[in-house]
Design a protein around this ligand. Structure first.
Ligand SMILES: NS(=O)(=O)c1c(F)c(F)c(S(=O)(=O)CCO)c(N[C@H]2CCc3ccccc32)c1F
Ligand SMILES: [Zn+2]
Length: 263
């Protein structure tokens, strides 16, 4: 599709010119405000399968110009939703060294340093991501809010390779590791709402699960991600830093945000 960016003439306020859904309803991210929340006792703890990958497995770590992503094997899936949602990839959104707040979802207007998304598609109904990506029950994304604080050894499993993907379309193979370790301890406390992809084409096809508890990475780990990457190709004369890759919060309209916890 047409190229898009997070700032400037192809920035988010212009996305809807080429991607009409971006100007539509049910958009993500949102500001998760206390007054929107409704406790739903039917929301079960998230159950994931095969997230603990062996180091003998190779994962592809790549810079796709919009984010750093890790491709995930299709044995990984969410088993606690009405359909099986099979993992496709995970990626991140972050701020910049000058502005260390770059999460997409905010909580009572608090923006976190970064956010991780683990993207899954409904493999009961669709054969792959491409067929699922524009269907209302197509995707389920697990969101993890990230703060700067304690060093996080799980993040180091891929961050130590990040200087191999400085430029757009660069990819490296990294040994598998326990993807569960990237998630917060409690998978039973989360926000749930119907939304969209947060990048073009912005299809309203995502069942969002944002965990209540954040994880931490060290300042150095944050800077590795926020200052080490470019959205331009290696051979381009003027490198374009890749940072601030987050969409602003969108209108909630009449949507309700469900929560799996009481207080
Ligand atoms: N925040 S988000 O979860 O909405 C989201 C992104 F923010 C994002 F950047 C990407 S991407 O693939 O890295 C680049 C643009 O598609 C995807 N990728 C998805 C969308 C389309 C697609 C197709 C195959 C595999 C992954 C994806 C994404 F789902
Ligand atoms: Zn994302």
């Amino acid at each position: 599709g047409a190229k898009w960016t997070y700032n400037g003439p192809e920035g988010e306020h212009h996305w809807s010119k080429h991607y009409p859904y971006c100007g539509g309803a049910f958009q993500s991210p949102i500001d998760i405000k206390s007054e929107l929340l409704r406790f739903d006792p039917t929301l079960r703890p998230i159950e994931i399968q095969n997230y603990n990958l062996s180091p003998n497995e190779q994962l592809t770590l790549g810079n796709n110009g919009h984010s750093v992503q890790i491709s995930l094997p299709s044995k990984m899936h969410i088993s606690s939703l009405p359909h099986r949602y099979t993992a496709a990839q995970l990626h991140f959104h972050w701020g910049s060294s000058g502005r260390p707040s770059g999460s997409e979802h905010t909580v009572n207007s608090k923006q976190y340093a970064a956010e991780m998304h683990v993207v899954h598609f409904n493999s009961d109904k669709y054969p792959n991501m491409s067929m699922a990506v524009d269907k209302s029950d197509g995707l389920a994304v697990l969101g993890v809010l990230i703060e700067v604080g304690e060093f996080n050894p799980a993040f180091e499993k891929f961050l130590r390779f990040i200087n191999g993907i400085k430029y757009r379309d660069q990819r490296v193979q990294v040994p598998g590791f326990n993807i569960r370790a990237l998630l917060p301890a409690r998978l039973d406390e989360y926000y749930r709402y119907d939304g969209s992809l947060t990048t073009p084409p912005c299809y309203p096809s995502v069942l969002w699960t944002i965990f209540r508890n954040h994880v931490t990475i060290s300042r150095k780990q944050f800077l590795d991600m926020a200052t080490g990457l470019y959205s331009s190709h290696a051979q381009e004369s003027s490198p374009v830093p890749l940072n601030g890759n987050f969409r602003k919060p969108q209108l909630v309209d009449s949507r309700v945000v469900l929560v799996s916890f009481k207080e």
